[in-house]
Write a protein that binds this ligand. Structure first.
Ligand code: NAD
Length: 502
C-alpha cells in the first residue's frame, strides 16, 4: 500500500468547531481509486465521547425549547446551503468511498429530500385535541424531544444515511451525536459545517469519529436517549441488544440480500437494464442493491445473455473520470468480495462475467473489481447465503412464481425486493405475500421517498421504527396526553370514585 506524503488529519466536530484530542488513536482513510492513504481520522476515546454528549445535553435544553418557527428557519437555510454545496460534498464522498461522482451527487440529493420533509415539522408535530370528552373536560396530545440522540452510520452512504436521521431529529428539538463510518468521515464534517452556517446553535450537532470504543460508550452513556444505527446485521443486532438493555430507544438497520424476481411475461430488456443498474451501481455497495436475480423459467437463458451484453459495455475506474462504476472501499473488502467470486465458481456456478479479469481506468493500486455475473447459483452457495456487498450478481433459476416466493421468504434478510412482470395480478399477489419491507414493481431499487419510512424486515432491522417519514418523527419524540378541566361555577365538589366520563 502506498502512503501519500502528508495525509490530512480529520478531527471531531464538537460545540460548533473542529476538536482534536491529543492522545487519541487514529485510523487510515484511503482514496480507493489510488490506493493511497489521504487522511488520518481521530478515533475517539471515552473522554471525547463524554465531552460531545455533555455539550449536546446542554445544547438540547435550549434547542428543545426553541420555537417551531426558529427551528424551521434553520432547516430551510440548511436546505439551501446543502443544495448549493452538493458538488463539494459529492467530491468528498468520491474521494473516500470511491463511488462515481454522479452517484455521490445522487445520494446527497436523496438526503436533501429528508431535509425538505423535515422543513414541514410544524405540521408533523401537530397533536390531537378532543373537546368535551367528559363534561367540560378536554384531552389533547403533544410530542416532545428525547434530548440527546445518537446516530451511527455505515461507510456506504456517508452523507445520505446521516441525513436520514439528522434533519428529523434536529427538527424535533433534539441534539445529535453523530458517529460516522471511520472509512469515509469527511462528508459528515462538511455537513456539520453547513448546519453551523445555517444557524444551528453549537452543540446541537456533534460529530465524533471512532470505532467500537466510541459506539460502546454511546450505547451505555446515561445521557443518550436513543440510538439510530445503520450497518451490517451482526453489529446491528449487537447495538440493538446492548442499547435496549441500557434502557435506550433503538432502531438498528442491518444488512441485506435483495432479490429481483423476473416472471416469464416481463419485459426482458427493462429487466436486464434494471438488473445491471441495481446490481452494479455504486459497485454493489448499497443496502438496496440487487444481488440475487431469480429468473422464473423459461426466461433465464435470454435474460442472462442480455445482462452479459450490457455488462460488457460498463467502464470501471476512477469515479472522477466519468466511469460507470468505481472501486471498492478498501483493499480488504475488495479481496473478500473476490474470494466470494472464487468460492461461487468452485461450488459450481457458471462464471459468465469475471470481474477479476478486467481492465480499469485508474491507478494500478486502486481497489478494483469489475462487475461479475454468476449463473446457476444455488441457495446453498456462500455467494447466495452471505451478504457480499460488492459488484456480484447471482442468477438463480426457478420453475415457478411459488418457488421464487418461497426462496425470497426463506432468506433471513428482508430489506428490499423487486418483481418484474406485466401481470398486475401477479405483482399485487407478490407485494401482499412477500416478507420484505420495501418492494418494487418493475422498479429495482425501491427506496421510499422521505415522507414514507425506510426500513426492512427480519434480520434487516432490529427495533420497530423505520427511518424518516412519520415513523422517524415518532422515533425522535415521546408523547404526552393531557386531560384538562378549567373550573367554572358548576364545579362539582369532592368525589373519590375512579374518574369516569359523564
Ligand atoms: P459496519 O457494520 O461494519 O459499520 C457500521 C457502523 O458500526 C460504523 O460506524 C462502524 O464504525 C461501527 N462498527 C463497526 N464494527 C463495530 C463493532 N464491532 N462494534 C460497534 N460498532 C462497530 O457496516 P459498514 O461496512 O460500514 O456498512 C455496510 C453494511 O451496512 C452492509 O451490511 C449494508 O447492508 C448495511 N447497510 C444497511 C442499510 C439499511 O438501510 N438497512 C443501509 C446502508 C448500509
Amino acid at each position: 500500500m502506498t502512503t501519500s506524503s502528508s495525509p490530512a488529519r480529520i478531527t471531531h466536530w464538537i460545540d460548533g468547531k473542529p476538536f482534536g484530542g491529543s492522545s487519541e488513536r487514529a485510523g487510515d482513510v484511503f482514496d480507493p481509486a489510488t490506493g493511497q492513504v489521504t487522511g488520518r481520522v481521530d478515533l475517539a476515546d471515552v473522554a471525547t465521547v463524554d465531552l460531545a454528549v455533555a455539550g449536546a445535553a446542554t445544547a438540547a435544553e435550549a434547542w428543545g425549547e426553541a420555537s417551531l418557527a426558529v427551528r424551521t428557519r434553520v432547516l430551510f437555510r440548511f436546505r439551501e446551503l446543502l443544495d448549493a454545496h452538493k458538488g463539494e460534498v459529492a467530491a468528498a464522498i468520491t474521494a473516500e468511498h470511491g463511488k462515481v461522482l454522479s452517484d455521490a451527487e445522487g445520494e446527497v440529493t436523496r438526503g436533501l429530500e429528508v431535509v425538505e420533509f423535515a422543513c414541514g415539522i410544524p405540521h408533523l408535530l401537530k397533536g390531537g385535541y378532543s373537546e368535551n370528552v367528559s363534561t367540560k373536560v378536554d384531552v389533547y396530545s403533544i410530542r416532545q424531544p428525547l434530548g440527546v440522540v445518537a446516530v451511527i452510520s455505515p461507510f456506504n452512504f456517508p452523507a445520505m444515511v446521516p441525513l436520514w436521521f439528522l434533519p428529523v431529529a434536529i427538527a424535533c428539538g433534539n441534539a445529535v451525536v453523530l458517529k460516522p463510518s471511520e472509512k469515509d468521515p469527511s462528508a459528515s464534517l462538511l455537513v456539520a459545517r453547513l448546519w453551523a452556517e445555517a444557524g444551528l446553535p453549537e452543540g446541537v450537532l456533534q460529530v465524533v469519529h471512532g470505532d467500537k470504543v466510541a459506539v460502546d460508550r454511546l450505547l451505555e452513556h446515561p445521557d443518550v436517549a436513543s440510538v439510530s444505527f445503520v450497518g451490517s446485521t451482526p453489529i446491528a443486532r449487537y447495538v440493538y441488544e446492548t442499547g435496549t438493555r441500557n434502557g435506550k430507544r433503538v432502531q438498528a438497520l442491518g444488512g441485506a440480500k435483495n432479490h429481483m424476481v423476473v416472471l416469464p411475461d416481463a419485459d426482458l430488456d427493462l429487466a436486464a437494464d434494471a438488473a445491471v443498474n441495481a446490481g452494479f451501481g455504486s459497485a454493489g455497495e448499497r443496502c438496496m442493491a440487487i444481488s440475487a436475480l431469480v429468473a422464473v423459467e423459461p426466461v433465464a437463458d435470454e435474460l442472462v445473455a442480455k445482462i452479459a451484453e450490457r455488462v460488457a459495455t460498463l467502464r470501471t475506474g476512477d469515479g472522477r473520470r466519468g466511469c460507470d462504476m468505481g472501486p471498492l472501499v478498501t483493499k480488504q473488502h475488495r479481496d473478500k468480495v473476490a474470494g466470494y467470486v472464487a468460492a461461487g465458481s468452485e461450488a459450481g456456478a457458471d462464471l459468465v462475467v469475471d470481474g477479476r479479469e478486467q481492465e480499469f481506468d485508474g491507478a494500478a493500486e486502486g481497489f478494483w473489481l469489475g462487475p461479475t455475473l454468476l449463473d446457476r447459483v444455488t441457495p446453498d452457495m456462500s455467494v447466495y447465503t452471505d451478504e457480499i456487498f460488492g459488484p456480484v450478481l447471482s442468477v438463480l433459476r426457478v420453475a415457478s412464481y411459488d418457488e421464487a416466493l418461497e426462496l425470497v421468504n426463506a432468506n433471513p434478510y428482508g430489506n428490499g425486493t423487486a418483481i418484474f412482470t406485466n401481470d398486475g395480478g401477479a405483482a399485487r399477489r407478490f407485494q401482499h405475500e412477500v416478507q420484505v419491507g420495501m418492494i418494487g414493481v418493475n422498479v429495482p431499487i425501491p427506496v421510499p421517498m422521505a415522507y414514507y419510512s425506510f426500513g426492512g424486515w427480519k434480520s434487516s432491522l432490529f427495533g420497530d421504527s423505520h427511518a424518516h417519514g412519520a415513523e422517524g418523527v415518532h422515533f425522535f419524540t415521546r408523547g404526552k396526553v393531557v386531560t384538562s378541566r378549567w373550573l367554572d361555577p358548576s364545579h362539582g365538589g369532592l368525589n373519590l370514585g375512579f374518574p369516569q366520563n359523564a
